[in-house]
Design a protein around this ligand. Structure first.
Ligand SMILES: Cc1cc2nc3c(=O)[nH]c(=O)nc-3n(C[C@H](O)[C@H](O)[C@H](O)COP(=O)(O)O)c2cc1C
Length: 241
């Protein structure tokens, strides 16, 4: 137990020490090696023109097509590192901002059996065990029909320098449907940044195009939301959204 804490605290503090010389915001827009083109995205929204008969009849119902952007995320409430007990997860806060800024739909990955403890120390142990076993914890609920989306933002907290194992369950169960799509990773963390989320995602979804990800300090999600939103908007804008 003491060893676990020591190792995790090393993981958390080492990147902090390395980045201590960098001034400014702690939200990192990682310029990652991507596996595909990061060219600006061309939106493929359908026509919202009204027919003459609709115009004449004064129909005002929105003809806006469903979004072709989805945000998939995993996030925990309860006790979290540096922020105490929270009732909205750090990654959930970023996921909502992305959805608000892009009009995206959202899908939250929830464990099928809620086996993740609400206390930080216990959660780190369960997560480490899952990683050691290369587990594929099941998630609950129906994934929306991915065929309607061409861009999927995918976010999670960094757990032990990696995606939480439950995210690999999602990637692997949906790798066929994710093929050919633009996938955009984002993390929340307390020192590890994006922690290779992009490369790990590319390895599991080799037929998808991975665009530049965003890493956000978890504490900022709770305590510096205006800064986080600003950085989210800048990142989206650089990606063409
Ligand atoms: C099990 C566990 C492992 C973690 N491992 C790391 C890590 O390796 N590097 C890091 O920077 N932060 C690590 N953290 C901190 C979380 O990434 C950070 O608090 C995150 O913002 C939590 O997001 P959430 O509220 O959406 O779950 C870890 C937290 C937990 C619970």
């Amino acid at each position: 137990m003491k060893n676990i804490k020591r190792i995790l605290s090393l993981i958390l503090t080492l990147p902090l020490a390395l980045s201590a010389g960098c001034a400014g915001s702690s939200t990192v827009n990682e310029s990652n090696a991507t596996t595909g083109s990061s060219a600006a995205v061309t939106e493929t929204s359908g026509s919202s023109e009204t027919t003459p008969s609709e115009q004449n009849s004064g129909i005002t119902e929105s003809n806006v097509p469903e979004s072709n952007i989805l945000v998939v995320y995993f996030s925990r409430t309860g006790e979290q590192y540096t922020v105490g007990v929270i009732d909205k997860g750090n990654t959930a806060i970023v996921a909502e901002m992305i959805a608000e800024e892009t009009g995206a739909d959202m899908f939250e990955i929830m464990p099928a059996d809620d086996h993740y403890p609400m206390t930080y120390d216990e959660l780190t142990e369960v997560a480490l065990t899952e990683q050691g076993e290369n587990a594929r914890p099941e998630y609950a609920g129906e994934v929306p029909d991915l065929a309607q989306y061409d861009t999927i933002f995918i976010g999670a907290p960094v757990w032990w320098s990696d995606w939480p194992m439950i995210m690999y369950t999602f990637f692997e169960s949906n790798s066929d449907s994710l093929a050919g799509k633009k996938l955009i990773p984002f993390s929340t963390h307390e020192g590890s940044g994006l922690s290779g989320f992009d490369k790990k995602l590319a390895a599991v979804c080799p037929d998808s195009t991975i665009l530049d990800g965003l890493a956000v300090r978890g504490n900022d999600c709770q305590n510096k939301q205006e800064d986080v939103r600003y950085n989210v908007k800048e990142w989206l804008s650089a990606l063409g959204y």
